[in-house]
Design a protein around this ligand. Structure first.
Ligand code: GTP
Ligand code: MG
Length: 442
């Protein structure tokens, strides 16, 4: 279709006319149909609890939902913050709620807290990414998809009565564009009434001056505008949690009992627990879900798609074309791939050259070593040869001497063996001499 046709179609759209109905048609049941569908489908709600170890996160969750969730006490020795999600199926009347409570385990326990916020941010982003991936699938099933995006972050502030810690400010600042933050002062029974009042003002002042955006209960819906506006002024809620039941009058109430008295969790003069439950669960749960989708997820999605090269329109205000963007991105990707390939090939060639040089150097060294050893060997061989010759000469000389001695000995022996014969002859000749001389031959 030509561009001019498109323009004609879009600009020629007629204004809808208002008509009155002659009688009851029935589409006024649409809201009921919607409610019925939602009830059948069930709801999911995901709460992130961020606060120091032992600040009362699990107790508050148990108190809020009036049940006992699985809790595992965290140690103070975690090397870094880790997120622990636990999902439960809850039912009230005929409404099913898939509730996920995510605990930031080990928060505030590290000596270096610079990166404490990172695992939390990464976890929130990972849930957005999962949802985006599901949305981008060809065969997507968002209807029965278990949405794990965080709908609210309850930020537990330590009741010091002083001011917010830098860790609180940094963490809330990093989270405020990703999640609805409701700050709460935990263990509010440990701080006096006047101190609490000042503490609340101080906290709000610090949040504003540091540009931390916390969740504001919506005031655009008339039905809840008034209560929400009042409650916004009570932030941050100062809460007390307890699963213990204490008898007050003739009623059993959830409270914390002290030697000097009882702090009732649901007594609005004692703490803001009821306000929190009212705002979080009874009035604004749907708004929190809605804000998560329309504000926080939308922001994540937009940034992610822009990062991937998608735009609603280019510089000349041409309408966005998925096909063209895809093609452009593909080309960009291919040329990047080619560049990387070339880079890797070059790196490989360089590496081979380097190794070749190293090997050559090693070969030369080995050769030198071999030559040196060869020279040493020849020298040794020459010395041994000389020694052998000397030895041979000595042996020859010895043999010659030995032969001479043997010759002398044999001569002497011969001479000795001749003597008796001569003696016999001589005896006869000079028999008279033997009585005068005696000869001894050795
Ligand atoms: P980890 O999960 O181990 O980080 O702890 P947590 O933040 O879940 O705290 P948990 O609810 O286990 O409570 C820790 C201790 O604080 C327990 O002894 C609770 O009884 C106590 N506690 C919880 N809430 C309150 C409160 O509102 N006031 C006071 N005074 N103590 C509380
Ligand atoms: Mg806990």
């Amino acid at each position: 279709m030509a561009a001019t046709d498109l323009e004609r179609f879009s600009s020629a759209e007629p204004e809808p006319r208002s008509l009155s109905l002659g009688g009851h048609v029935g589409f006024d049941s649409l809201p009921d149909q919607l409610v019925s569908k939602s009830v059948t489908q069930g709801f999911s709600f995901n709460i992130l609890c961020v606060g120091e170890t032992g600040i009362g996160k699990s107790t508050l969750m148990n108190t809020l939902f009036n049940t006992t969730f699985e809790t595992e006490e965290a140690s103070h020795h975690e090397e870094c913050v880790r997120l622990r999600p636990q999902t439960y199926d809850l039912q009230e009347s005929n409404v099913q709620l898939k509730l996920t409570i995510v605990d930031a385990v080990g928060f505030g326990d590290q000596i270096n807290k610079d990166e404490s916020y990172r695992p939390i941010v990464d976890y929130i982003d990972a849930q957005f990414e999962n949802y985006l991936q599901e949305e981008l699938k060809i065969r997507r099933s968002l209807f029965d998809y278990h949405d794990t995006r965080i709908h609210v972050c309850l930020y537990f502030i330590t009741p010091t009565g002083h001011s917010l810690k830098s860790l609180d400010l940094v963490t809330m600042k990093k989270l405020d564009s990703k999640v609805n933050i409701i700050p709460i002062i935990a263990k509010a029974d440990t701080i006096s009434k006047s101190e609490l009042h000042k503490f609340k003002i101080k906290i709000m002042g610090e949040l504003v001056s540091n540009g931390v955006q916390i969740y504001q209960f919506p005031t655009d819906d008339e039905a809840v505008a008034e209560i929400n506006a009042v409650m916004n002024a009570h932030l941050p809620f100062a809460v007390v949690g307890s699963t213990e039941e204490v008898k007050v009058g003739n009623k059993l109430v959830r409270a914390r009992q002290y030697p000097w008295g009882v702090v009732q969790v649901e007594n609005e003069n004692h703490c803001d627990f009821v306000k929190l439950r009212e705002m979080l669960i009874r009035v604004n749960m749907e708004d929190l879900r809605e804000q998560t989708h329309s504000r926080h997820y939308e922001l994540y999605r937009r940034c992610k798609l822009e990062e991937m090269g998608f735009q609603d329109s280019d510089g000349d205000s041409q309408p966005f074309s998925l096909q063209e963007t895809y093609e452009a991105k593909r080309k960009e990707f291919l040329s990047e791939l080619q560049r990387k390939e070339e880079e890797m090939r070059q790196m490989f060639v360089n590496k081979v050259k380097e190794t070749e040089l190293e090997l050559k150097e090693k070969e030369r060294e080995l050769h030198e070593k071999f030559e040196h050893l060869k020279r040493l060997h020849q020298e040794e061989k020459r010395k041994v040869e000389e020694k052998r010759r000397e030895l041979e000469e000595e042996t020859n000389a010895f043999n010659r001497r030995k032969a001479a001695v043997e010759a002398l000995q044999s001569q002497a022996l011969h001479a000795t063996s001749q003597q008796p014969l001569r003696k016999d002859k001589d005896k006869k000749k000079a028999s008279g001499w033997s009585s005068i001389y005696s000869v001894t031959i050795p």
